[in-house]
Design a protein around this ligand. Structure first.
Ligand SMILES: Cc1cc2nc3c(=O)[nH]c(=O)nc-3n(C[C@H](O)[C@H](O)[C@H](O)COP(=O)(O)OP(=O)(O)OC[C@H]3O[C@@H](n4cnc5c(N)ncnc54)[C@H](O)[C@@H]3O)c2cc1C
Length: 574
């Protein structure tokens, strides 16, 4: 395929995406209307009605993510892009057209009216698929991928980012990668010498402004740096690398949005320095996705609060010295999410899979040292992957937290849900970057294995099916990477809330698929624990569960805000 053919395909695919977006928007308006109460264009979204349209809402959210990814890769492929980059862009965009069409056809089943694709447009799409997605075309793209030395999914980065990414990739390769497999197989904590190197490299202060000891600029967010570092470390290990950044990311954003001046001065420099390390305790045994229902009880006592109840899945809670604990401080349960506050629990750091910390003093009362005799116990949950930090069940019994450790002080009571949510946009973006790191590791491993492994007397990578698979994997990875950085730009510019959720959905699901394909290319060796790709596979599986479980994120965040936007636009146009 010549360069002119590729340029022509980009333009044809852009035309198809315009038509698909028009159908997507029409369906969004139509579903939005079915989720309102009262007059169609005036009211907001009704939760019960939204729940009755879950499947089409879920499909619509994924279609929205794929549309955005396809539009982004085509926009990013300029005349200066290498041939491989443009080929991967058209491969992903054409694959997305297939998938979006299937999703919109599914959505249409729940609508009274739809504008299905005109026959001429369907024929044009078929012609494009033949040129881009046929076995022969994908084989050609796979051949180009094998021969090319270009970075897959390259994005234009500033010089600072290129330097930082190079430094962190070296750190990941030289320091973390050699122990990553042992951490996984023996279910170890990330070793202290590695944490120390991360501290020295500023890993924990990426979202903290310079004036508080971090490396983010004082006057704006720097999500691109956070993405570049996260991606580099996640490539060596998801849980012992890139995910270490998630905790300070969420806590520091909560402090920046709601903390008092004294709390910011006190905690942010310490968090940036990685002393103490921190953990986030939101999820409870009975409340995960439904965070507004959280029950861990905070009861007023002299000078502070006594915590009683359970948290679960608190990752890194043993090693951490500071826990961000979302607590119900209002006795009136009908307040829902408005009864929640964020309390900072200080504790000693423990290694191992279980710990117990007893405060001094009589139980339920403050002793002379301002302590309560309270108890905090933790027990690590055995998991199939994501090893390196341990995720804990926690039990609080009359655990005393002073008033000074309530984020926002008295004014912060009841505002904990909002403070937590301010960290979620960055958290979702960062999770997409984690997914990109794992995908890059899996893709490069699969490419190497396909070149080395001989089957039926020829390298696996010489077979057209393998080349086609690798081409599809590379195209999907490139789309995720380009969209992650593009959304990072948007968030830095003050927008991108919805897009952060879209890329989280898309990159996490893509990582699951891509690591599965990479494992499959390894045959039996892919299933062996000693092969890194088996770790990538089990690690990737968690990405769609945390930082907004896929279904909840798709329906309650993405679809809901798509519907709200659609209703607003319809009202403005009326
Ligand atoms: C390895 C690991 C590490 C974690 N680390 C942390 C951490 O550090 N701190 C922390 O606070 N939490 C952490 N979590 C918890 C994680 O955030 C929750 O698991 C997640 O929010 C989902 O909550 P849940 O497990 O209670 O699932 P549930 O809320 O019970 O959901 C179960 C399933 O139902 C779906 N679902 C939920 N609501 C609906 C609905 N209305 N309609 C249809 N489907 C729905 C969900 O998407 C999910 O697929 C971690 C989890 C894991 C697995």
């Amino acid at each position: 395929m010549t360069r002119a053919d590729l340029t022509n395909l980009v333009a044809r695919l852009e035309g198809q995406l315009v038509a698909l977006r028009a159908r997507f928007e029409a369906q969004t308006r139509s579903l939005a209307r079915s989720c309102t109460t009262g007059s169609p264009d005036s009211g907001g979204i009704d939760a019960d009605r939204l729940d009755r349209t879950q499947l089409p809402s879920y499909e619509l959210a994924f279609a929205g993510a794929e549309l955005l990814a396809a539009e982004t890769v085509l926009r990013e492929s300029s005349p200066a892009s290498p041939d491989l980059a443009v080929r991967l862009a058209v491969t992903y965009a054409a694959t997305a057209c297939q998938s979006i069409t299937a999703r919109l056809d599914q959505v249409a089943l729940d609508l009274d009216a739809d504008t299905p694709m005109e026959p001429a447009r369907r024929a044009e799409l078929q012609a494009i698929y033949k040129l881009v997605l046929s076995g022969a075309a994908l084989d050609d793209t796979g051949r180009l991928l094998n021969e090319s030395r270009d970075e897959i999914g390259a994005v234009a980065l500033s010089e600072d980012l290129v330097i930082a990414q190079g430094q962190f990739r070296r750190l990941a390769t030289e320091v973390l990668a050699p122990v990553a497999s042992r951490i996984h197989r023996e279910d170890l904590l990330v070793p202290e010498p590695i944490l120390q190197q991360f501290r020295e490299m500023g890993v924990f202060g990426l979202s903290i402004p310079e004036r508080y000891g971090g490396s983010a600029p004082d006057d704006r967010d720097d999500n691109l740096m956070m993405i570049a570092v996260t991606e580099a470390l996640s490539e060596a290990s998801l849980a012992a690398g890139g995910s270490l950044i998630t905790r300070p990311e969420i806590l520091s954003r909560a402090l920046l949005s709601g903390g008092t001046a004294a709390q910011k001065e006190h905690w942010l420099p310490r968090i940036a320095a990685g002393e103490p390390l921190c953990a986030i305790a939101i999820t409870e045994p009975d409340f995960g996705s439904d965070a507004a229902g959280l029950q861990l009880k905070g009861t007023r006592t002299e000078g502070g609060w006594l915590l009683n109840g359970a948290k679960t899945w608190c990752t890194f809670a043993g090693r951490a010295g500071l826990l961000m604990v979302v607590t119900r401080t209002a006795a009136d349960r009908s307040l829902g999410h408005r009864g929640l506050s964020v309390l900072l629990v200080e504790k000693p750091a423990f290694d191992g899979h279980a710990f117990e910390f007893r405060q001094s003093g009589d139980s339920g009362q403050r002793g002379d040292s301002g302590q309560s005799g309270g108890r905090l116990t933790g027990r690590a949950i055995a998991t199939i992957g994501y090893r390196g930090m341990h995720s804990f069940d926690l039990t609080f019994e009359n655990f005393f937290v002073p008033d000074a450790n309530v984020i926002g002080g008295a004014a912060g009571l009841g505002r904990g849900f909002y403070f937590t949510m301010t960290g979620m946009v960055g958290g979702r973006l960062q999770t997409a970057a984690r997914a990109c790191g794992v995908m890059r590791a899996a893709l490069l491993t699969a490419l190497r294995y396909a070149a080395d492994r001989k089957v039926f007397n020829a390298p696996l990578g010489d077979y057209s099916l393998t080349r086609a698979k690798l081409a599809q994997m590379a195209a999907r990875f490139a789309a995720c990477r380009q969209l992650t950085y593009a959304v990072g730009h948007q968030v830095d510019a003050g927008g991108g809330r919805m897009e952060a959720s879209l890329i989280k959905l898309f990159a996490c699901r893509s990582a699951e698929w891509l690591t599965r394909e990479a494992l499959q290319i390894h045959g039996g060796m892919g299933y062996a624990e000693e092969t890194a790709v088996s770790r990538y596979f089990v690690d990737a599986r968690v990405l769609s569960i945390f930082e907004g479980a896929e279904e909840t994120l798709a329906i309650k965040v993405v679809a809901r805000s798509l519907f709200e936007q659609a209703l607003k636009s319809a009202a403005a146009a009326a």
